[in-house]
Write a protein that binds this ligand. Structure first.
Ligand code: S3P
Length: 174
């Protein structure tokens, strides 16, 4: 299938964006871009290290620069970091360069997936001073309206396999 515009995947940490992107890319015959990886390549250090040395706002600057860079590439599948939709300039970039699909899950499912995921330590520094589950619940409350506003489709991933989610996305594409 030829993409005529970028296909962005958004959603909170642990909703399956990167895993879904890998499988979906195979089915579409495109190379998936993971925005977190682009940030780390451009910075030369892990996301956790960027947060530790320079703070979240410096990370958000790097994330916006990375998004602006990949948005200029030919149409492809782009998996966004969970907070990339927080800045208006990023939402505008997404809206003007592609379509966006929101992967959602409940807080307990997200907490369990983050615990199991070995990239969590390097890629997912704490975003608040709250305990893990409370942080997820708080940020989901804050961000769900923004994910909704930024995306054209919402896909529930709780109790859904990666294959099921990929099939649902494929069914949405023209
Ligand atoms: C973040 C999510 C992470 C990464 C960074 C910040 C967030 O990406 O960009 O740790 O603010 O939710 P994933 O959603 O790929 O884990």
């Amino acid at each position: 299938m030829t993409l005529t515009t970028h296909l962005y995947l958004t959603g909170f940490r642990g909703t399956g964006k990167s895993s879904v992107a890998r499988l979906l890319a195979k089915q579409l015959g495109v190379t998936a871009i993971d925005l977190d990886e682009v940030v780390e390549q451009q910075a030369g250090v892990s996301i956790s290290k960027i947060f530790e040395d320079a703070g979240e706002s410096a990370f958000r600057d790097l994330e916006s620069t990375a998004l602006a860079t990949v948005a200029k590439l030919p149409p492809t599948l782009i998996s966004l970091g969970g907070g990339a939709i927080l800045r208006a300039e990023n939402r505008n970039c997404i809206a003007t360069t592609g379509i966006c699909i929101w992967l959602d899950a409940d807080a307990n499912t997200i907490a369990a997936r983050l615990n199991r995921d070995e990239t969590t330590a390097e890629r997912r520094p704490a975003l608040t001073a709250l305990p893990a589950l409370a942080e997820i619940e708080r940020l989901l409350d804050q961000r769900r309206p923004i994910y909704e506003q930024t995306s054209q489709h919402r896909i529930e991933t709780t109790d859904h396999s990666i294959d099921q989610v990929v099939d649902e996305i494929l069914a949405l594409l023209p």
